[in-house]
Write a protein that binds this ligand. Structure first.
Ligand code: FAD
Length: 509
């Protein structure tokens, strides 16, 4: 062989130009390594999903005639580090060059570059052919601007990819943004579609990983595993989403319910992030559904904004600010995560539902991540780096390039407002309006102090009071501060004392 080509666990795109021709002088290598299982504590389903999908991908490459070396976790020759395995395999096959697709995480990108610098071999990285912008494009576009607005970026992307435009290059429907139509609570109808995802039995793989003492948390659901293994399965999921959920995606995009954990979300983030699906094909399918009258514009625009806008935008933020972004902590928050982040055992019903769902399914939708778990973490003052590690571990779709800007930036505002013009915070009223979580909760959303007051209330006002200097003059926050200033001083003091007690006893909530 003359070339070794590394395929990472989130690079499972059979349509990559690498695979268009069969060359038996090229050895494709995939490896299951401790380096990747152990860099953070992962949900069991995340490890299973990636390894099972990698195994399936290797099989498909072999079936297409490619030469593949698959290093399993238990393989005695496995050195459990990507660079060490590459060194050994390059020598074993006597190759002259090693290639890889650009890694999306700074951690791996740097590790591979550093390894290459020590090699006499020719090493090179090629494009992963997945994203709609290059790594550094956002940084170049935004150079010199104080605020990097997603909306500007998104509109440029709509024009560039000609999505949802009329013949005059204007947005269809006469406006770019239908967000205000996408904020309905869900009261039980229309029914949540049945889970359309495939079901796999991964018990054998799971037992193997357990024998190797791979650390993990969460429910593996190994006997009824619901994440797609390959592009074919991901395409069926896309089709089912377009038919059964996209029509209602917009209306209930921000809704939450203990009766319906998925609601009308696509559950496509895993398939997209491991590159089984290309973002443009997903967006074109959604646009076609609107053009054919199968889904309303507000739903399709909202969906497009997430993938064409937010997904590419946060990646740009990541590459513009790494390394260093991971340790930003604008509010100086330092409380450890309460133990119930790992069990869901809290009496706050919203957090109990969202965390238990995450432990069970390795998924929570955007508003659960942002306005329940993230909102609580920010108001309580949890250490953003610990919050980041928790999100990076628990969600099936968590890869640092997308997880970190969402957690540290959008949700914890620890970047001082680079991504979001104001912190995403709310008191209990918002949760009560957008979900059914408050029903049957021991804490009452309408009470502000006292043993049965919902902790979100005092924590919210205390957060505003603590940060009045930094946030008080932000345009979009003035309404909230005006409300705070109108409160009698005794009430302000009672809220702050109550919040202090809560913050000292987070473990008992
Ligand atoms: P849908 O609601 O159906 O949305 C469609 C697609 O849009 C998603 O599959 C995803 O690819 C994209 N998308 C939507 N919102 C975002 C966003 N804010 N940033 C980037 N892409 C977006 N998404 C991840 O893919 N990985 C993460 O690790 C991750 N961590 C998050 C952490 C926090 C604190 C928050 C608030 C959000 C995070 N998100 C992350 C974004 C979003 O919550 C998930 O993409 C979404 O819930 C995945 O479920 P879905 O596929 O059903 O999404």
């Amino acid at each position: 062989a003359h070339t070794l080509r590394l395929i990472l666990g989130d690079q499972l795109n059979p349509q990559h130009s690498w695979f268009q021709q069969v060359d038996r002088q090229v050895v494709y290598v995939l490896m299951e390594v401790r380096q990747e299982t152990d860099y953070v504590l992962h949900h069991a389903q995340k490890i299973l999903a990636i390894f099972a999908a990698m195994r399936d991908f290797a099989q498909q490459l072999r079936a297409a005639g490619h030469r593949v070396r698959y290093v399993t976790f238990e393989d005695p020759s496995n050195r459990h580090s990507i660079p060490d395995n590459l060194t050994a395999l390059a020598a074993h096959y006597g190759v002259r060059q090693v290639q890889w697709q650009h890694a999306d995480e700074w951690r791996l990108d740097t590790q591979l570059q550093q390894w290459a610098d020590t090699q006499a071999l020719t090493c090179s990285a090629v494009d992963s052919e997945h994203f709609l912008t290059s790594r550094n494009e956002l940084a170049t576009q935004m150079r010199g601007r104080r605020q990097w607005l997603m909306e500007h970026f998104y509109r440029r992307m709509r024009r560039r990819y000609r999505l949802l435009l009329d013949n005059h290059e204007q947005p269809v429907g006469g406006k770019w943004n239908f967000d205000h139509e996408n904020r309905k609570p869900w009261r039980g109808t229309p029914a949540e579609p049945t889970d359309w995802r495939p079901c796999h039995d991964h018990r054998v793989l799971w037992e193997k990983l357990q024998r190797c003492d791979v650390p993990s948390f969460g429910d593996p659901q190994a006997n009824a595993f619901r994440w797609p293994l390959n592009r074919q399965e991901a395409l069926s999921c896309l089709k089912a989403f377009i038919t059964h959920a996209l029509p209602h995606f917009g209306d209930y995009e921000d809704a939450m319910s203990s009766q319906a954990p998925r609601l009308f979300h696509s559950l496509l983030s895993f398939s997209l992030n491991v590159k089984m699906l290309h973002p443009l094909e997903v967006l074109e399918r959604a646009e076609r559904a609107w053009r054919e009258g199968q889904a309303p514009l507000a739903a399709v625009e909202g969906f497009t904004r997430q993938i064409l806008g937010w997904r590419e935008y946060v990646r740009g933020i990541y590459w513009a600010h790494m390394p260093g972004y991971e340790s930003l902590n604008a509010f100086g928050h330092d409380l450890p995560l309460p133990h119930w982040f790992w069990t869901g055992n809290t009496r706050m019903r919203c957090l109990q539902q969202c965390i238990q769902q995450s432990l069970q399914s390795a998924h929570a939708h955007h508003i659960q991540r942002l306005m329940v778990i993230g909102n609580f973490a920010l108001l309580a003052g949890l250490d953003p780096a610990a919050v980041h590690r928790w999100y990076l571990g628990i969600y099936i779709d968590a890869f640092e390039w997308v997880e970190l800007p969402n957690t540290l930036g959008m949700s914890q505002h620890a970047d001082g407002g680079l991504i979001a013009t104001k912190p995403y915070i709310s008191s209990a009223a918002y949760l009560h309006r957008m979900s059914d979580y408050c029903q049957g909760c021991v804490y009452k959303p309408t009470q502000k102090t006292g043993p049965h007051a919902c902790p979100f209330n005092a924590l919210y006002w205390d957060f505003l009071a603590r940060n009045a200097q930094e946030l008080g003059d932000k345009g979009r926050m003035t309404l909230m501060y005006r409300q705070w200033q109108k409160m009698p001083p005794e009430q302000q003091a009672a809220l702050r004392t109550h919040a202090e007690q809560l913050r000292q006893n987070l473990g008992t909530l």
